[in-house]
Structures are given as C-alpha cells and as structure tokens.
Design a protein around this ligand. Structure first.
Ligand code: MLT
Ligand code: ZN
Length: 477
C-alpha cells in the first residue's frame, strides 16, 4: 500500500485534533530526538490529542492509510523506545495534553489518571489525599504515567512496593486500529479470564497506546531512616541486605549500591556536594527504612543493623541522616548518577538483573571482563541492589573522547556484560526495557519459542505492524 503524501497526512490529522495540536516541520524537532541525544529521528507530524476519542480517530485514520505511529510520554527512555526512526514516515503521538488527575479515591486507595500526568503530579495528588503512590524514579518531573506503564518502570522503591506492573489495577488503551480497550477497573480481585491490561504494561507502546490508568495507593510513610554506608564488598552488601530484612522486615524500602567511581563522578558533577562519609571507599550502599506509624524507632533499628554489620566486618563506616535535609542530600547523590553520566558522555549503559545470590560474583566477573578490554575504564556500577538489579555502566577513561571509547568498546563491553548476566540466570534489561538499543540482542537471549510467541501477540493486536514499529521485537528470520 502506498502511504499518503505528507501534506495529506497533516491535513487529515489536523482535521481531527485541530491546528495547534498537529505539528509538522521544525515544530516536530523536540519530539524526534531522545533525551540522551543518541537517536535522531524524523516525523511526518506530531499529534497531541486532547482525549481518548481524538486519539482513537487518529489511530483509525493512520491504520486505514498504513501510516506508522510512535507513542511518546515524557520522552525519557534510555533505550530509544519513544522516538521515530529517521525515515520521516511516522506520526508521533504525544500524550502530554491528556494530563488530568481524574480521581483520588481514599476509601478504595486508588488513583485514576490520564496517561500524560507526570509521575511527580501523580505522587503529589496522592500525597494531598494522605496517600503514597510509591513509584520513585529520578525523572519523575518529566516522565509520564503512560510511559511508566508501557515500560514497566521500576526505580528505587521496588524492593518494598514492586514495579509498575504491581502498582496498576486498570488500564484504558487505544489499539492500533483505533478501537478502545476499556479496562479502567479499580478492582483488586478480577479473575475473569486473561489479564489483558498487563499486555500493555511493559510492551513499550507496541501493542496499544495507554490513555488512562487506575493505580494503587499505599499508606503515606510517617517515619523513616536513611543511611549512607561503606561496605567491605558487593558480597558484604548482599549479606547486609539479608541482615536488614531480618532486623527491619518490611520497613526495608530501598537498598541501593554505589561504586567509588559512581560517587566520584556524581560529586564532580554536582560541584558543592560532599560525600556523607569521611574516607574513600570502593563500595557503598544507601539504605532507607520507612514505616506507616509515628514510631521514632527506625533510627534505632538502623543503628542496630549497622552495629551488627560492623561487628560482622560487613560495614566499614556509616552516616545516618540526622534530618530530612540530610536524607535528601544522600538521595540526591544517588539519583544524579544517571545525569552525571549523560553529561560526561561515553558510558555504556547495561541494566542487568541476576538472582541476589549471584550478584557479587557477576559484578566481579563483569568488571574483570571490561577491564581486560580497557583497563582505564571507570566502573560506574550502581543501582537497585535490593532487586538484584545493577546499572553496570562502564565509563570512558577521563582522557578518552566519548566517540573513541564507544567506537572501540561499546559492542564488546555490552555483549560481554549481558552474556555474563545471562549466564548467571539474569536478564539483559532489568527495568529500562528494550526499545531499539537492545532489540537485536534479544535473539541471543530469548528462546525461539519466546520470540515466536511475542510476534504472535504483536500480530494479533497490530497485524499491519504500524505501532511503534521496529521497537522491542527483533525482525523474524
Ligand atoms: C537510575 O536508577 O538512576 C535509573 O534507572 C537511570 C539510569 O540508570 O540511568
Ligand atoms: Zn534504575
């Protein structure tokens, strides 16, 4: 089928969404490049629908005329999942105008939002009602709930609350042909056959475009304790996590690993900020305990845990936040590691997970493999150790350009790290998804049966392969 010429597409879509909500030419630029500026795409138009009905009509028109569509939330994907390729044939659908908080139901403990609501707006709406929406990621000011769902976002509180897949009760989504899947239910129990909403979660906009969701709310924590702790090794960190779970149980909310090069990088990037610890240590963890009661015993529990850790030789030094300001400063150090790398350039982002029992061995082997390729690489290793998820991000030596390091090392490093994670029973993408960046690598790590099933699902919902094409699924051979 020949697709219509660009002006015809723009005229048809303008008729649906209105002139100001159908952008073309240079006005599309802000939507066609990813946030790390690694994927430079082009679009025939960018549409910003104001309602599910408008989006449904946009999709029906594009489907009939064979026009590819790329959905976009806050465009914070690290994998190139939310921008079009450079062919200039696709329409980008931005959900940013669908940004209403529809309902906070404090009895049912649910929050209903449109897909374009930012994560921080969703968290604020919950907090205003005395509740917590627990997803927590550094980009919360720009990322949107639709994108969080479609990528099954994780972040720094998964250990306690789970990832986006665990936090959703209902979804509304527009299908590639314009039909609307209306699954906006607020039920904790609904065993009426296939759980279709979960098809749209984590499928990175390849099966449908999420337009609204019902999310779970939790009690707002009323006390917390945060510590920045130097540990003897990654193995010591794992042992300390076990001790933390025994001592504090469910209160263990975050357990984040930080390597020395990650700390050095972020402190240099932040300028004025200082390490919470006096000495220099190879490995550190940020521990957060929270509870839903006013009990002031969490600092005591933390101290008890750290003392046991010191005695066992797991902990080398520790700082417990003495105030909310201290706690925010500790968290800032952790959360800015990602941007510090983006600004520095030349970091190879591997986002792997392995069973906790194998994580220390994985870090050791992967570090040796990377240093054998380029011994001066800065080992920026950090992330959600409590979930068995490390951001294993080798960074260019300070005196090597990003382009030179990437050209010399990218493929070998990312393949070596992913292969070791896979061999340890792990995943090559714990929480960042697949997008374009990891798409072709899936053939190495998923069985033919898994890939075939993924394509069968894709074809059932998107038989013309028009929705976010060439994302997630490697071309069948
Ligand atoms: C993080 O944990 O900081 C995020 O997943 C972002 C990143 O790793 O770049
Ligand atoms: Zn992360």
């Amino acid at each position: 089928m020949t697709t219509p010429a660009s002006p015809t597409i723009v005229v048809a879509l303008t008729a649906i969404v209105g002139e100001r909500a159908c952008l073309s030419g240079a006005d599309t630029d802000a939507f066609t490049t990813d946030y790390r500026r690694l994927y430079l795409g082009k679009a025939v138009a960018v549409v910003l629908p104001a309602s599910t009905d408008e989006l449904s009509r946009v999709m029906a028109w594009c489907y009939t005329h064979g026009v590819p569509v790329v959905p976009q939330g806050g465009n914070t994907s690290l994998m190139g999942g939310s921008v079009p390729d450079d062919s200039g044939t696709a329409v980008v659908v931005s959900l940013k105008r669908m940004n209403q908080v529809v309902e906070v139901d404090a009895v049912n403990d649910t929050l209903t939002v449109q897909a374009g609501v930012t994560l921080s707006a969703a968290r604020s709406a919950a907090e205003a009602a005395g509740r917590l929406f627990p997803l927590r990621i550094g980009s919360e000011g720009s990322c949107q709930i639709g994108g969080n769902l479609s990528t099954n976002a994780g972040g720094t509180a998964v250990l306690r609350y789970g990832n986006m897949r665990d936090l959703v009760l209902g979804v509304e989504a527009v299908l590639p042909d314009g039909r609307v899947y209306s699954g906006l239910r607020a039920l904790r129990k609904d065993n009426t056959g296939y759980d279709l909403k979960q098809l749209f979660v984590g499928s990175e906009g390849t099966l449908g475009i999420i337009t609204a969701a019902v999310l779970k709310l939790m009690p707002l924590p009323r006390s917390s304790s945060v510590a920045f702790v130097a540990v003897a090794s990654p193995a010591a960190a794992v042992a300390l996590l076990g001790e933390a779970k025994r001592t504090a149980g469910q209160a263990v909310t975050a357990f984040e690993l930080v390597s020395r090069p990650a700390l050095d990088l972020v402190l240099a990037y932040l300028g004025g900020e200082k390490s919470p610890l006096a000495g220099s240590h190879d490995w550190m963890v940020l521990i957060e305990l929270t509870a839903g009661t006013d009990a002031d015993s969490l600092d005591q529990t933390m101290v008890q845990l750290l003392e046991a850790g010191l005695e066992a030789g797991l902990v080398l030094d520790a700082a417990v936040a003495a105030s909310g300001t201290d706690a925010l400063a500790f968290w800032r150090i952790r959360e800015e590691i990602s941007d510090a790398q983006t600004r520095t350039g030349g970091s190879i982002k591997c986002d792997v997970s392995v069973p906790l029992s194998r994580i220390a061995g994985f870090i050791e082997e992967a570090t040796a493999a990377v240093l054998a390729l380029e011994p001066r690489t800065r080992m920026v290793v950090y992330g959600h150790m409590g979930d068995g998820n490390v951001h294993f991000n080798p960074l260019r030596p300070a005196d090597t350009s990003a382009a030179d390091y990437m050209a010399a090392c990218y493929t070998q490093v990312s393949h070596a790290v992913d292969a070791l994670a896979h061999a340890a029973g792990g995943s090559i993408s714990a929480e960042h998804g697949i997008g374009v960046a990891k798409r072709d690598d899936l053939t190495l790590y998923k069985s033919p049966v898994e890939l075939e099933l993924m394509w069968q699902v894709k074809k059932a919902l998107d038989p013309k392969n028009l929705l976010n094409p060439a994302k997630v699924l490697p071309a069948p051979h």
